[in-house]
Design a protein around this ligand. Structure first.
Ligand code: 5GP
Length: 237
């Protein structure tokens, strides 16, 4: 396949293919946090995140949620539709943690009265700030697209909350991204993995996500492997 590197992110590379509407996402073992101030890497991270994203996007498709995902092509690579990305990160939260706990002065672990959806401006230079609709309008994002983002966050949450609950995991929060295909339709894009979600064990409250890396809690490799096992029902790498 004629592959050219189109984009290199902190944890992924995106390659073109012979089909202009299709790209490959290769998941790397690298990790960054705090706007790339902290860097690390661990074995099997790319393989684990590729397998988890494949399983979760496949599940969401069965729930009627349209995504960019086409198929997994090798251990670390998925094939997707090529999209024009909205400059928005949609964060959906069930339990207060991370920046929300700080912003509104809640103790981490407080269950929220109702699901909170937040829209962040995807800009490394600005550190991905939380913006309101007025700001996004100023930046040229339409109300229609913002509404789609918020509704998609809620739909994905409604599908994933029970999925994880059945597997003994609290879906604390997660980040998704949205892009527009050549035909104009908006689709769920990017990835869903322990890099982009907070997963807490229902029984012990143990963190099974990237916070283990961000907060130097140790056991990050095992936590990702455990999440893969819970999601795929026993499959390990
Ligand atoms: P917080 O705003 O509390 O730091 O993050 C909320 C949720 O969104 C967490 O699950 C976090 O992993 C995810 N998230 C927010 N921004 C980013 C980002 O730039 N990169 C990644 N990988 N995840 C993010």
């Amino acid at each position: 396949m004629a592959e050219t590197l189109l984009y290199e992110g902190k944890a992924k590379q995106v390659f073109t293919t012979e089909d202009p509407d299709i790209v490959l996402h290769r998941f790397k073992d690298d990790a960054t946090a705090f706007n790339a101030e902290k860097r690390g890497s661990w074995r099997d991270k790319g393989r684990t995140n590729a397998a988890i994203t494949t399983a979760l996007f496949g599940y969401l498709e069965t729930c009627g949620i349209a995504t960019h995902f086409i198929e997994q092509v090798d251990e670390t690579t998925i094939k997707t539709r090529r999209l024009e990305m909205l400059p928005v990160e949609v964060v959906t939260r069930n339990v207060a943690a991370g920046s929300l706990a700080k912003r509104i002065g809640y103790e981490e672990g407080t269950t929220l009265r109702s699901t909170v959806v937040e829209l962040y401006y995807k800009s490394d230079a600005l550190g991905d700030p939380l913006l309101n609709w007025h700001h996004f309008r100023e930046l040229g994002v339409s109300d229609e697209d913002l509404e789609f983002c918020e509704e998609l966050g809620l739909k994905v949450n409604a599908a994933l909350w029970p999925f994880f609950d059945e597997r003994g995991v609290i879906l604390v929060d997660f980040k998704i991204e949205v892009g527009r295909g050549a035909d104009g339709t908006l689709l769920l894009a990017d990835e869903l993995s322990p890099d982009t979600c907070r997963f807490w064990d229902k029984e012990t409250g143990d963190r099974m996500d990237k916070d283990r890396f961000r907060r130097d809690l140790g056991g990050v490799e095992d936590a990702y492997a455990e999440m893969l096992k819970r999601i795929t029902g026993g499959e390990t790498l």
